[in-house]
Design a protein around this ligand. Structure first.
Ligand code: UDP
Length: 471
């Protein structure tokens, strides 16, 4: 039976479309280029209409199964989202086993791929002797930090944010301790312990698949691609991004509006699927955009305390009325120059549009890759997770982004926003960054075509997967 002979892979993404989308892009490549068949196993408490529709839209060689609900109600209320995802994966092991066993007999199952926080689930694969891999939806900087974390941790006598000197990682610009990813900022938090556990498990995996490409972090790529005994092989296989956003009437409206703007004139402003600000910060952003005199397309979300990011993750498309919380008269005064859309825009299409000339972004890694793949320079405004680290890399490493200077109280005020926006859209520095971004656009496409760095890495991965004996 032909179907049973095609090599089969199981993917396990943690919560959030930001993990699922790049994994699905990877799955499509493995199906198209190397004729694998794939099963996605998802955590049922995070299933929602968006995710279900997305999974259903994938090609027929990619199917999906759902784990039964995994209770987490015994965890403290304030547990970090990364802790919740890690614990859910650890507790999923017996259920995974029951899903993997029938797949073992009905398919030629060659590998199990869990994402960055689901490492503990690999125990299910290990027990069944299925080779396991880790998928990292962020970059090589993160992987480098995680490979060095056990050694850094052994020497650390305070929290990262208290460090006097920046963290030095081979192949990357120095990272100030304050910019190290959130889950590592409090050594006493469960989350920190989980990151140490993940770091250990990354080393032990058969391989680490990373949604990045050599040209954007060349020195890091060079170092990580060298084999090291006792450490997983690293495969940079990105950028794994959607070619097109799925967009309804609201999305079409954004694109029509862009059609009527001059080429390269619009600043796209968006903070990912969950990012939001305080009312005061939103007000400064609005007035800063207005004062810059530049055209803008702004995806705005109602102000909430960032602590509720966890719940935002699952329910990102809330109905919203921006005039209720934006400065009085702002929408009227900027009509024609700016378009404000609540909650969601077809981002990859917006970035691909010729009217878009800059991106004010939270520097989430998917957004960053999407911007680079379309040659759009950025202003970075990191909020949480590893976004501050990404920002350092984009400003100081890749040198394709500019940053804002915060006031003493942490607020970016209207003067600063207006100055930096003008600089990106019509200043000399902006011009330089735009050229650099265009280079990355070319490099990103080249990486994914035949003979390109990510294609070569993917081919090596496929070959390794196919070489595994059937369990
Ligand atoms: N996105 C979008 N429209 C929006 C906001 C976000 O299509 O209005 C998509 C964006 O294209 C990207 C993802 O959501 O693929 C956000 O991922 P990222 O890693 O940048 O940030 P996160 O949402 O994880 O903070």
């Amino acid at each position: 039976d032909n179907g049973a002979r095609q090599p089969h892979i199981v993917f396990l993404p943690s919560a959030g479309m930001g993990h699922l989308i790049p994994m699905a892009e990877l799955a499509k490549l493995l199906v198209d280029r190397y004729h694998f068949t794939i099963t996605f196993i998802t955590f049922s408490e995070y299933s929602n209409k968006t995710q279900d529709a997305f999974l259903a839209s994938l090609p027929s060689s990619i199917t999906s199964l759902s784990l039964p609900p995994i209770p987490l109600s015994d965890l403290p209320e304030d547990s970090a989202i990364e802790t919740r995802m890690s614990v859910a994966a650890a507790r999923s092991v017996p259920y995974l086993r029951s899903l993997l066993l029938p797949l073992l007999s009905s398919t030629r199952l060659v590998a199990f791929i869990a994402d960055l926080f689901a490492t503990a689930a690999c125990d299910a694969a290990k027990a069944l002797k299925i080779p396991h891999f880790i998928f990292i939806p962020t970059n090589l900087l993160f992987v480098t930090l995680m490979f060095h974390l056990p050694a850094i941790n052994a020497k650390l006598s305070c929290n990262f944010w208290e460090l006097e000197h920046p963290v030095l990682l081979p192949g990357f610009p120095p990272i100030p301790g304050t910019e190290i990813l959130n889950p590592l900022q409090d050594r006493k938090n469960e989350c920190y312990k989980w990151m140490l556990e993940h770091a250990k498990r990354y080393r032990e995996a058969e391989g680490i698949l990373v949604n990045s490409f050599d040209a954007i972090e060349p020195e890091g790529a060079n170092l990580l691609k060298k084999e090291e005994p006792g450490r997983a092989t690293v495969y940079p296989v990105g950028p794994l991004i959607r070619a097109q956003a799925v967009s309804g009437e609201e999305g079409a409206h954004c694109l029509r509006w862009l059609d009527s703007q001059p080429a390269g004139s619009v600043l796209f402003v968006s903070f990912g699927s969950v990012g939001s600000h305080s009312t005061e910060q939103l007000g400064e952003l609005a007035l800063g955009l207005e004062a810059s005199g530049q055209r803008f397309l702004w995806v705005v979300r109602s102000p909430v305390d960032l602590k509720s990011v966890g719940s935002n993750y699952i329910n990102s498309q809330s109905a919203d009325n921006p005039s209720a919380y934006l400065p009085e008269g702002f929408l009227e005064r900027t009509k024609g120059v700016g378009l404000v859309v609540p909650s969601w825009a077809p981002q990859v299409d917006v970035l691909a549009h010729s009217s878009t000339g800059g991106f004010l972004s939270h520097c989430g890694w998917n957004s960053t890759l999407e911007s680079m793949a379309r040659g759009v320079p950025m202003i970075v405004w990191p909020l949480f997770a590893e976004q501050r680290m990404n920002s350092v890399m984009m400003v100081e490493g890749a040198k394709v982004a500019m940053r804002l200077k915060a006031r003493k109280d942490g607020i970016f005020d209207r003067e600063e926003i207006s100055r930096v926006v003008k600089d990106l859209m019509e200043g000399e520095e902006g011009e330089r960054l735009r050229k650099k971004a265009k280079e990355f656009e070319v490099e990103a496409a080249a990486a994914m075509t035949e003979g390109g760095s990510s294609s070569v890495a993917l081919a090596a991965l496929a070959e390794k997967l196919k070489s595994f004996p059937t369990v």
